[in-house]
Design a protein around this ligand. Structure first.
Ligand code: RFL
Ligand code: PHB
Length: 389
């Protein structure tokens, strides 16, 4: 087999990269080690920045997003006795959209399978070779158990945090930065109408809670828990109880309903540099992880592949290397901005049990809720900075 760009991983990064390259006349093959059903059911992100929405619409995969996505013009920040609304359009002229990552993935997969380039599920034993040359290749076993070789001009490592691409880049020299936070998020999906117009980010002495949603009938809620907690120890009643405590506000109540999904996610920041070795390019979670508090992971993956698609078109259609040469530095500048913002939101909202930390957090929250300059800084970062900022 031969293609121009071999893409490892069919998450949002790999699928969107394939779509953007196809629209520019570049051949791709996408290799995914999980099944289509598994990839489409994986519940993750929910908030899309304006830039992400614009990119999906321009790529011709935004019809359902435009029909079903919910435009949100702000968030509520809460601490005991106070629920304050940040009005994003007033602060920075942009908004965000609620549209699940599962839906983005389904839209991209259906566009790809509807006459798009090959997308192979359930492949295994994926390895890369000769990435330092102009003719790298990918070896893998296909879904029927047959060993295959895919000859490429370039390879995209969009295989997420546990993929095979990052170690190949790091083997040639590089470095990683990592911070593991002393808390995790317990997340539920519930068939319950959201009791709030905007997402609520709530600070509480017992720990952080987030009220999000997927549609007018489905709520997505998170609780800060200790990373050692086991999901089996959290009955639905115990979860609803804690949520009611952490979101408590006079005259207001959460809506409960059947819980359809429940899991615990660890929180970490991770950056791997450079994001390129020869003709192997990393994008998305393969190169970096942010804690979910800033809602940045999916948006960062989209920003990476937007830069990478342009750089690969320039390389493969025009034979210019300038944009592939600057790809890693340009992508990493945005990665570090989002890494800082996600760390800052996480640090402001998650309790450590230390009273001094709690007073600093409350002081920061009061500042964001009373100073337009402080609120604007949050709003600009949350809704997404320009691509090269
Ligand atoms: P993905 O989605 O992990 O996709 C990688 C794909 O590669 C496949 N793969 C392989 N394929 C072939 N061979 C191999 N050896 C392979 N190894 C792995 C995997 O099966 C998978 O299909 O990475 P990608 O595309 O970079 O996308 C990144 C996003 O998924 C991630 O950043 C976000 O979900 C993070 N995130 C959020 N981001 C936001 O922008 N807004 C949010 O509100 C938000 N909330 C969240 C989140 C992540 C969460 N979790 C579960 C980590 C909330 C949560 C709870
Ligand atoms: C979500 O809806 O899953 C979500 C929303 C905002 C975040 C993180 C996750 O900051």
């Amino acid at each position: 087999m031969r293609t121009q760009v071999g893409i490892i991983g069919a998450g949002p990064a790999g699928l969107l990269l394939s779509r953007l390259l196809t629209l520019q006349g570049i051949d791709t093959v996408v290799l995914e080690n999980r099944s289509r059903e598994y990839v489409e059911a994986r519940i993750r992100a929910g908030i899309l920045e304006q830039h992400t929405v614009d990119t999906l619409v321009a790529a011709g995969v935004g019809d359902r997003l435009r029909r079903e996505g919910l435009e949100h013009s702000g968030i509520h920040l809460q601490y005991p006795g106070t629920r304050h609304t940040l009005d994003f359009p007033a602060l920075c002229g942009r908004s965000v959209w609620v549209y699940g990552q599962t839906e983005v993935t389904k839209d991209l997969i259906s566009a790809q399978l509807d006459g798009g380039p090959p997308l192979l599920f359930e492949v295994s034993d994926v390895t890369t070779e000769d990435v330092d040359t102009e003719s790298p290749r990918i070896r893998f076993t296909d879904g029927d158990g047959v060993a295959q070789v895919l000859e490429c001009d370039a390879i995209a490592g969009t295989d997420g945090f546990h993929g095979v691409s990052r170690p190949v880049v790091q083997a040639a020299g590089g470095r990683v930065w990592e911070r593991t936070y002393p808390y995790a998020w317990l997340g539920i999906l519930a068939d319950a109408a959201p009791a709030t117009d905007e997402l609520i980010y709530a600070w509480h002495p017992e720990g952080f809670a987030l009220y999000s949603m997927r549609s007018p009938k489905v709520s997505r809620l998170y609780l800060q828990v200790d990373p050692s907690e086991k999901i089996e120890d959290w009955s639905d009643d115990r979860i609803w109880d804690k949520l009611a405590t952490r979101f408590a506000l006079d005259g207001w109540e959460i809506n409960t309903g059947p819980v359809t999904d429940k899991s615990i996610v660890p929180m970490r920041s991770f950056v791997s540099a450079p994001m390129r070795r020869g003709r192997l390019f990393l994008a998305g979670d393969a190169a970096h992880i942010v804690p979910p508090t800033g809602a940045k992971g999916l948006n960062l993956a989209v920003a990476d592949v937007t830069l990478l698609a342009t750089a690969l078109v320039r390389l493969l259609s025009e034979r210019w290397t300038d944009l592939v040469d600057s790809y890693s530095d340009r992508a990493l500048a945005r990665v570090w901005r989002c890494t800082h913002f996600s760390w800052w939101m996480t640090s402001m909202l998650h309790t450590s049990g230390d009273d001094f930390d709690a007073e600093l957090q409350l002081s920061q929250l009061r500042r964001v809720c009373s100073s337009e300059a402080a609120a604007r800084e949050l709003a600009e970062n949350y809704t997404g900075l320009p691509l090269d900022a």
